[in-house]
Design a protein around this ligand. Structure first.
Ligand SMILES: NC(=O)C1=CN([C@@H]2O[C@H](COP(=O)(O)OP(=O)(O)OC[C@H]3O[C@@H](n4cnc5c(N)ncnc54)[C@H](OP(=O)(O)O)[C@@H]3O)[C@@H](O)[C@H]2O)C=CC1
Ligand SMILES: Nc1nc2c(ncn2[C@@H]2O[C@H](COP(=O)(O)O)[C@@H](O)[C@H]2O)c(=O)[nH]1
Length: 327
């Protein structure tokens, strides 16, 4: 298999058919709804909270609320539905997580989207949870992750997944590749290509995006939606604490499997770091939209799908993407 990552690939332009980049359509139908952009902030406690989730929904963006305040999830679904917005939550696979599914069913509060969020998603226990959700809440669109291989896509789609989320180890706050030797770190883009080649359902590319152009590359290699953590963690609206060092502003960004998140020292596969402060999230989303419109124009197209057809070259190869172990 040919391996490559975001920084190894350049897409090749085609003749432009647009008078203005504003004509390029970045909308995506994902599950039951259409969103302005094929981009979603990561379902991490350092990236999203309930206020940001509501803002994203109200403004036409997809969101996935994290699962690290487990007792608040049912009330969140109820509250966001009362405000006329869609509910999109995360769930784990431990025994107590089945009670949340039961509770939502009893409350008649069906989330439009449920993301099964575990480190190693290609698992019998994940398939058991898919089966349970599909029996109890069949109207929910179920996204399942994280995975790294075509076989995982095949198995999870067979088990009922409506979308699969690809990316083990490419994240900025991730140390899985260093601690376990496993994952898609250094070949995340090739993993997206391999997984999408067998997929019948949408693929979410998750982790490793460092520049807006990586969104277009993700779409080119088969993603329908792109999940991003570090590039969304530094905003005014982001949950992390603000810090000022030598006059520069930063926000804290920590992994979901970090000691900070787990409050534990066992099975740590994430770290905490500082990311530059970036101001309002609406400005970042606007810039992402403009850059993606420009990408569509370079592709010689009018809409997102036109990115799928462009040629590319591999310009070099990388392994670790510049990431390092934390303290
Ligand atoms: N995308 C990525 O590269 C990664 C993402 N993460 C994120 O960190 C968070 C915590 O994930 P996770 O630890 O799975 O959540 P949980 O703590 O909920 O663990 C999931 C369950 O699966 C079991 N399990 C078995 N094998 C594994 C394995 N290799 N890795 C993890 N669990 C395993 C765990 O048991 P036990 O703990 O006893 O083994 C536990 O019961 C999630 O949000 C996840 O997305 C974490 C690592 C990698
Ligand atoms: N191995 C780990 N991966 C993690 C952890 N927390 C989150 N993640 C994954 O990273 C992406 C975001 O990646 P980024 O490159 O955009 O910052 C996120 O969606 C998860 O899949 C962790 O503790 N360990």
């Amino acid at each position: 298999m040919e391996t490559f990552d975001y920084e190894d690939v350049q897409l090749i332009p085609n003749k432009c058919v647009l008078k203005s980049r504003k004509e390029a359509d970045t909308r995506i139908k994902f599950g039951p709804r259409v969103f302005k952009l094929p981009v979603v902030p990561a379902n991490m406690a350092s990236v999203i909270d309930e206020d940001l989730a509501l803002w994203l929904a109200q403004n036409g963006y997809f969101y996935v609320m994290h699962r690290f305040e487990p007792q608040t999830r049912a009330a969140f679904v109820q509250r966001i539905h009362q405000q006329g917005q869609f509910a999109s939550i995360s769930i784990g696979i431990k025994d107590h997580e089945y009670q949340l599914v039961d509770q939502l069913k009893e409350m008649h509060e069906v989330p439009e989207y449920i993301t099964i969020d575990v480190a190693h998603g290609h698992s019998d226990y994940v398939m058991k949870m898919i089966d349970y959700i599909k029996k109890k809440l069949p109207e929910s669109f179920v996204i399942v992750g994280n995975i790294a291989t075509p076989q995982a896509v095949i198995d999870l789609e067979s088990a009922g997944a409506d979308a699969t989320k690809v990316g083990i180890g490419p994240g900025k706050a991730c140390i899985t590749k260093l601690k376990t030797g496993f994952g898609t770190g250094g070949w995340q883009l090739a993993a997206i290509q391999a997984c999408s080649a067998v997929a019948h359902c949408p693929i979410v590319a998750d982790g490793g995006v460092r520049y807006n152009g990586d969104i277009a590359k993700s779409i080119r290699f088969g993603a329908s939606m792109v999940m991003i953590g570090s590039m969304f963690a530094g905003h005014q609206e982001s949950p992390g604490e603000m810090m000022t060092i030598d006059g520069q502003k930063y926000k804290k960004y920590w992994g979901s499997a970090s000691a900070v998140q787990k409050n534990d020292v066992h099975n740590i596969e994430g770290k905490q770091l500082l990311v530059p402060y970036r101001g309002k999230i609406s400005d970042t989303l606007q810039a992402m939209q403009e850059d993606l419109q420009s990408s569509i124009s370079y592709a010689g197209g009018r809409k997102l799908e036109d990115l799928r057809k462009v040629d590319y070259v591999i310009v070099k190869n990388s392994i670790i993407n510049g990431d390092q172990l934390g303290d």
